[in-house]
Design a protein around this ligand. Structure first.
Ligand SMILES: Cc1ncc(COP(=O)(O)O)c(C=O)c1O
Length: 492
């Protein structure tokens, strides 16, 4: 089978609408903006050769534009040789187009949005909730000397499937100091928490397995789990994190293979699992047979002072995932798995199929960075709440009907729209120069589309322009619904 051939692949209208976030031009006739966006997706191979595009009416509804706009855009793409229309089988990407790149469906996480593949756009990026790097990362990285690197390069051939021993020791010590005794044999270094999730999914799940996830949850986890053919079931969560009573109810009616939770700080809501719920959850692990995956990637970004408990405890069926990305910098591309040694060995084997280890240079930096984790948390505590205040003040004045869940950490606000749905709003917002993720991408069943996630770890001026544009988009959404809007010079 040709990996890049999209024969028979049907792209639903809502999916195409989401893929268009961050693509195309932001001015000119609307049909031209639409055809430019689709052309970009086709040329990059994200809409692969022979893929079937949604019917014009469906795409028009998903994008809140008129059908004639979509008809004109498809026509322009036929004229430029990208699309063809076949009697009875709708509109397809021509078989000889865009064969040089991979499909967007192969990308995961918050980083699937196409703007990660491009240079900076005129669009304000509210679709990502990454944290800026701390200067500490540059300070520590530049403090390493030639002798440090010589010691590293002369002592290793460079392939270290489980990770640098010094880093595994350092992370084990960090857990032990936090009250969860840990040995280096219980740590597997990964290329980010996203890879950790992928390994757990591939190592633990089989088609048909039940997986319970919070509603909402991290979209990269949803993608990793659903790709194994598992059946995802949502469970309620609120300001105190996972609703453990609802989980208990679900466990009475089924035996999931895996439960995925974010106990430390939650993406997208910023919730922190309460102490009482932590204890009840730990008891449930004892009473049932599921594997509990606790993704603590955002640990250290809580607003309250204090170390926080680093893991839910030691148990052969608890797998804890950690990351350097949120506390320090995503560009290090380092995360880890804490699990019993047998699970670590098994997941290391799974990892070896696709990857022979993470960069030892980055790991050498990480060993030293972890000595500064308290200072890093303090720095996050001194900056993140200010961004949150700026964002909520802006929302209160410019979008007073919007409500949100008060976060206790992290870099994003989980916002509820008073009416309508965020998939359509996101399309409209794009035309006002704001890239937004609809809430549906954070849920197992797509039912949180009356929400969106707004990032706040951004400069005040960016937040101001972004919310001003969003308020304009919202006004248009309320007034005009599914009517064409062309935005050119009104962007502030
Ligand atoms: C909850 C959660 N898990 C995992 C990841 C992936 O992190 P990493 O950069 O370590 O791959 C993210 C990133 O946004 C996240 O929010």
């Amino acid at each position: 089978m040709d990996l890049l051939d999209g024969s028979g692949l049907r792209f639903p209208a809502d999916q195409v609408a989401r893929m268009m976030v961050g693509t195309g031009a932001r001015s000119g006739p609307l049909y031209r903006q639409l055809s430019d966006s689709l052309a970009e997706l086709i040329d990059r191979g994200e809409l692969p050769p022979s893929a079937v595009l949604p019917p014009e009416r469906a795409l028009a509804t998903a994008l809140t534009v008129s059908r004639t706009t979509v008809v004109a855009a498809y026509q322009a793409l036929r004229e430029s040789g990208r699309l063809e229309r076949r009697q009875g089988s709708g509109t397809r990407v021509r078989a000889d187009r865009g064969r040089e790149t991979v499909s967007n469906s192969l990308l995961a996480g918050d980083h699937a949005a196409s703007q990660f593949l491009d240079g900076p756009l005129a669009t304000i990026d509210f679709a990502t909730a990454a944290l800026p790097s701390l200067d500490l990362v540059a300070d520590v990285a530049s403090s390493l000397t030639r002798d440090d690197y010589l010691r590293l390069t002369s002592s290793h051939h460079g392939y270290h499937l489980r990770g640098l021993t010094a880093l595994r020791e350092r992370i084990a010590r960090w857990y032990s100091d936090g009250g969860v005794p840990t040995t280096p044999e219980e740590i597997l270094i990964t290329s980010g928490a996203q890879q950790a999730l992928e390994l757990v999914a591939r190592g633990c799940l089989h088609p048909g397995d039940g997986v319970i996830v919070e509603q909402p949850t991290y979209r990269g986890a949803l993608e990793a789990f659903s790709r194994t053919g598992s059946r995802l079931r949502p469970v309620r969560a609120d300001e105190d994190g996972l609703d453990v009573r609802s989980l208990e109810t679900l466990l009475r009616t089924g035996s999931p293979r895996l439960v995925y939770v974010q106990a430390a700080v939650h993406n997208p809501t910023g919730a922190v699992l309460s102490e009482d719920r932590r204890q009840r959850l730990a008891r449930l692990v004892d009473q049932h047979e599921f594997v509990l995956v606790d993704d603590t990637s955002l640990a250290g970004t809580g607003f309250a002072e204090g170390p926080g408990t680093p893991a839910l405890g030691s148990h052969e069926r608890i797998v804890t995932i950690g990351s350097m990305s949120k506390l320090f910098w995503g560009g290090l591309r380092l995360g880890w798995i804490r699990a019993v040694p047998q699970v670590v060995s098994r997941l290391a084997q799974v990892r070896g199929i696709t990857d022979l280890g993470s960069s030892l240079v980055a790991q050498e930096v990480a060993v030293r960075l972890l000595d500064h984790s308290s200072a890093a948390s303090a720095e996050r505590r001194s900056t993140l709440p200010g961004g949150l205040r700026t964002l909520t003040d802006l929302l209160a004045t410019q979008l007073p009907d919007w409500t949100w869940q008060q976060p206790r950490g992290g870099a994003s606000l989980w916002v509820r729209l008073p009416q309508g749905d965020a998939t359509h709003l996101a399309q409209l917002a794009l035309r006002y120069g704001v890239a937004l993720l609809p809430g549906s991408v954070f849920s197992a069943d797509g039912s949180t589309d009356n929400h969106t996630r707004l990032p706040f770890a951004l400069p005040p001026a960016t937040l101001h322009s972004g919310i001003t544009r969003l308020a304009q988009a919202w006004q248009t959404y309320l007034e005009r619904g599914a009517v064409d809007v062309t935005v050119t010079s009104t962007i502030t």
